[in-house]
Structures are given as structure tokens and as C-alpha cells.
Design a binder for this molecule. Structure first.
Ligand SMILES: [Cu+2]
Length: 491
């Protein structure tokens, strides 16, 4: 039995001949316009909903601000379930505004559309550079780029509440330029077998990988309001993005994966106290009638027939993720082989880093590769970046490669490790990260180096060169993207 609420792909919701918007988009725009008129103290106002996720520092803290603002959990186990509930209640609020405030009784089954940026054309082949296909899906959805609304008959209407200025720090980083495919490909998350880290290899698990890639990558690549946690919810595309992240979670579960059991919602939400009123507060969300729903009991309880997705297969990954795996938990007994403690700035050009080996460990990476990675007791080679952060949204994620073939910047090639992203560590956001220092990216590069050794990029002796290049041209002033430390360790 399916649900009578079906969430559909936003692609194709603008008629290419007439320019007409699908009623789903049209009534979303009208409802956003209506919600923007409401006072921020009303729980069905645009700002109340955006502020429930995060509040920019520039807003200050007013005594009348509700306790339930600034809730969004990032970097922990509540990321996916909390955002599922938040999107769900937001959708119900929008539906009520459409049906009641705007009087559209025929929209009683209205649902949020999802932004299916990783859709693949049938002809797609990442190894043949097919990443150039399906560009339209990787653009900000058309209706959100148009300055005026179009009704379902194709008539032009007033200013479009879904529109934000392109190339503007308070709008978005991009106009119609598509994001590169590697930034939006969920393949690295979809191949994870567990929801959370479970073994000594300290591989992150589905939730943590998905949160960075594509979730954080898309936030960073859209930039502007979306580039920072406290403002992200104010971009109408935020809700379409999180709808897709939620869909990817369902897609992963539909492939036989399971969720941890026994997890409970916390009585006090983590990471909150110093950023709010100093009170101990639980997670709580408002429904369409303003009723408060406090989160208690099992974390993964969710009404099964609340909604369904048009597709759980389309745009769910290329099946060609890089060999390197992302891990967040430091593995036990990792030994430093080489590192740099100098802060390293990331900019428009490619950067080649030769990490200085520790005395006597010059060949430790080569020796580690002689082991049998993948089986317990084997050696791993890890490449770690700490203190990854920026002062303003960089509007691009940065690709990491290994080896000294500087011409090889192919994100589908053997030298590609993964991406550094910044969402959650931009300006004041960085305070929310561990030690307030920025994000940590720990890549298991054992298999990547096994493939490279003996080739032109790395002989297999000494410490391989680390290369970092932006996936797209960085933009905006005062970005100052950087990391504080990079290192190779072996276990
Ligand atoms: Cu997000």
C-alpha cells in the first residue's frame, strides 16, 4: 500500500513549450510568498521555519525568540531523522497554507518536489567523460531561477518568491551553471553497508558520508544563503535539496540495509547550549496547526504511509565512487608518517603538497601497502585533513588527488580521492564543529595508492604528493578557504 502523498522530481515541472509551471511548483511559490508575509513569531511563517533550522548571528538573540530555533543537528546521528521530520512538518505547513490560506482545495495532496541533481542520462558513462550529460538536473531548478512566476496555463505572474539573485552572497553562487557531477554523486554514500561506523577501519557509514557528499557539497556549490547553516533554510531550494537527501536515505534502505536499534532521542539536544539561551532543550517541531511535537522515544520511528517518492532508483549514484573511503572516527593505533602543521590556503589554482616524513618512517606507506587491506589485522593508509573551514562560502568544493601527475584532475580517475566541503564550517558555523576548529576529513587511501604505485604518478617509494584543486571556479570575496593540518598515518 502506497501513500496518497507522492513526492515528485522537480525536473520536468516546467513545460518546455509553454513555460507553464506544474501546479506543485506554482502553489509552492504562492505559499512561500504567503509565508513570507507572516510575522516571524508565527510558526507557519517563512522565517520561523528557516530559523528552526538556524538563525544568522546578525539577527541577534531577542528575548521573544522561541526556544525552538537553531535546532539543526549536523555531524551527528540525528542529522537524517531530524531533517526528515523537519521537511515533513514544513510540507504539511505549506499544504495547509495552499489549501486554507490560498483556498486551493484541489491541492489537498500537495507534496514537496525533490531536486534530483544526480540523475543520469541513459548514455552516461563516467569513465568516458559522460558526466557532461544530464546537466539540466545539476542546475538550480528552472522555476527557481526565473524572476517571475508562471501559472499552470503558462501565464506570467508577479515576482517569483522562489527566485534568489545569482552570484550574490545573499542569494546564490550560481546562475544557470550546472554543478559538476562528482559534487552531487551519492555513490560514495550508497555503497556504505552500515548506517554508522562499526569496524576498525573506521569507515564513516552511510549517514556521515551522505551528510558530506552530496549533502554538504550541494550546500557549498549552491552557496549564498545555502552555503551557511544559519541561513540555508531561507533559500526555497533548501527544502527540495533535503527532500532529495531524505529520498536517498529511503533508497539506501530499500536495498536491504538496516538501521541501528535502540537509539533514543536525547532529552537535551546536543551542541545547543552556548548558542542559545543556555537552557536545556529537547528537539521540538511545529505542525501545520502550530502544535508542538517534542521528540522522545526511538529515533527511527516515522509514519510509514506519510509520503512516498516517485522513484527510489533514479539519480541514486553512478556505481563508480572513488576507491578511497571516508572515515570520521580516528582508528585505534594510527601512526603518523608525514604531515604539515602549516595552515594551507585553498584557492583557484591546483595545489601540490609534499608532506614531510617523520624520521625513520620514509617508507612506512610502501610497507603498509604490502599488507592485505580489507581483512582484519591488515594495514591501512589514511590521509587526514583537519581544520577545514572558510570565512565565506567558497561556492565550490575541492577535489583531492594523489600522485604528482598534475595534468590528472579527472574526478573519475584512479588518482581521485574525494572532496573537501565546507558546509557547517563557514564563518561563525565553524564554532559548532569539534573544538570550533573546522571539519575533519579522513580518507582511507589504501586502495587508491595500491593502484597508483609503480605508475607515473607515484613510484611506490616515499610519500606520495597530495594535490587539491577546486571542482569549479571559487567566487565571492573574503572566502579564505583553508585547512590547518594534513597528514598521512598508517595503522
Ligand atoms: Cu542541509
Amino acid at each position: 500500500m502506497g501513500s496518497s502523498f507522492k513526492r515528485r522530481d522537480v525536473a520536468g515541472m516546467v513545460n518546455p513549450t509553454t513555460g507553464a509551471w506544474d501546479p506543485v511548483l506554482y502553489w509552492y511559490a504562492r505559499a512561500v510568498g504567503e509565508m513570507k508575509k507572516k510575522d516571524r513569531s508565527a510558526s507557519d511563517s517563512w522565517l520561523f521555519q528557516a530559523f528552526t533550522h538556524g538563525v544568522p548571528k546578525s539577527e541577534g538573540v531577542r528575548p521573544t525568540d522561541p526556544d525552538e530555533w537553531r535546532q539543526c543537528p549536523h555531524g551527528n546521528q540525528y542529522f537524517l531523522p531530524w531533517h526528515r521530520w523537519h521537511v515533513y512538518y514544513f510540507e504539511r505547513i505549506v499544504r495547509r497554507v495552499i489549501v486554507k490560506d490560498l483556498g486551493q482545495r484541489d491541492q489537498a495532496h500537495w507534496t514537496l518536489p525533490y531536486w534530483n541533481y544526480a540523475h543520469l542520462d541513459a548514455a552516461f558513462d563516467p569513465l568516458l567523460g559522460g558526466a557532461q550529460s544530464a546537466e539540466e538536473y545539476r542546475r538550480i531548478p528552472l522555476a527557481l531561477r526565473q524572476e517571475r512566476m508562471r501559472d499552470p496555463r503558462g501565464q506570467e505572474e508577479g515576482p517569483n518568491p522562489l527566485y534568489l539573485k545569482p552570484h550574490d552572497a545573499n542569494g546564490r553562487c550560481r546562475g544557470a551553471e550546472p554543478m559538476t557531477y562528482d559534487q552531487v554523486d551519492p555513490a560514495a554514500a550508497m555503497r556504505e553497508r552500515h548506517f554508522e561506523p562499526v569496524d576498525r577501519r573506521a569507515v564513516s557509514g552511510f549517514s556521515a558520508v551522505l551528510e558530506r557528499w552530496p549533502h554538504g557539497n550541494v550546500h557549498t556549490a549552491v552557496g549564498g544563503l545555502m552555503g551557511k547553516v544559519p541561513t540555508a533554510g531561507q533559500d526555497p531550494v533548501f527544502w527540495l535539496h533535503h527532500c532529495n537527501i531524505d529520498r536517498l536515505w529511503y533508497a539506501w534502505l530499500s536495498r536491504g540495509h538496516t538501521l541501528p536499534t535502540g537509539w533514543q532521542w536525547p532529552a537535551v539536544r546536543p551542541q545547543h547550549a552556548e548558542h542559545e539561551h543556555g537552557k536545556d532543550l529537547p528537539f521540538v517541531l511545529r505542525d501545520e496547526n502550530g502544535g508542538q511535537h517534542r521528540f522522545t522515544g526511538p529515533v527511527f520511528t516515522f509514519p510509514e504511509d506519510a509520503y512516498e517518492y516517485e522513484s527510489l532508483t533514479d539519480g541514486t549514484g553512478s556505481d563508480a565512487p572513488p576507491k578511497a573511503r571516508l572515515g570520521v572516527v580516528p582508528p585505534v593505533g594510527a601512526v603518523l608518517v608525514a604531515g604539515t602543521d602549516e595552515e594551507t590556503a585553498l584557492g583557484a589554482g591546483q595545489l601540490a603538497l609534499d608532506l614531510v616524513p617523520e624520521a625513520g618512517r620514509e617508507e612506512a606507506i610502501g610497507s603498509a601497502l604490502e599488507g592485505n587491506a580489507g581483512e582484519d589485522g591488515s594495514s591501512l593508509v589514511l590521509l587526514t585533513f583537519e581544520g577545514v573551514r572558510a570565512d565565506a562560502p567558497p561556492c565550490t568544493n575541492f577535489r583531492v588527488f594523489l600522485g604528482d601527475d598534475t595534468r590528472d584532475t579527472n574526478p573519475c580517475g584512479d588518482a581521485f580521492v574525494g572532496l573537501l566541503t565546507f558546509f557547517g564550517a563557514v564563518g561563525e558555523d565553524a564554532e559548532m564543529t569539534e573544538d570550533g576548529a573546522g571539519l575533519t576529513f579522513r580518507f582511507d587511501v589504501t586502495e587508491t595508492l595500491r593502484d597508483l604505485r609503480g605508475g607515473s604518478a607515484w613510484s611506490g617509494a616515499g610519500v606520495p604528493t597530495v594535490r587539491i584543486a577546486p571542482a569549479e571556479e571559487p567566487s565571492f570575496e573574503g572566502v579564505n578557504a583553508r585547512f590547518s593540518r594534513a597528514s598521512f598515518t598508517v595503522t
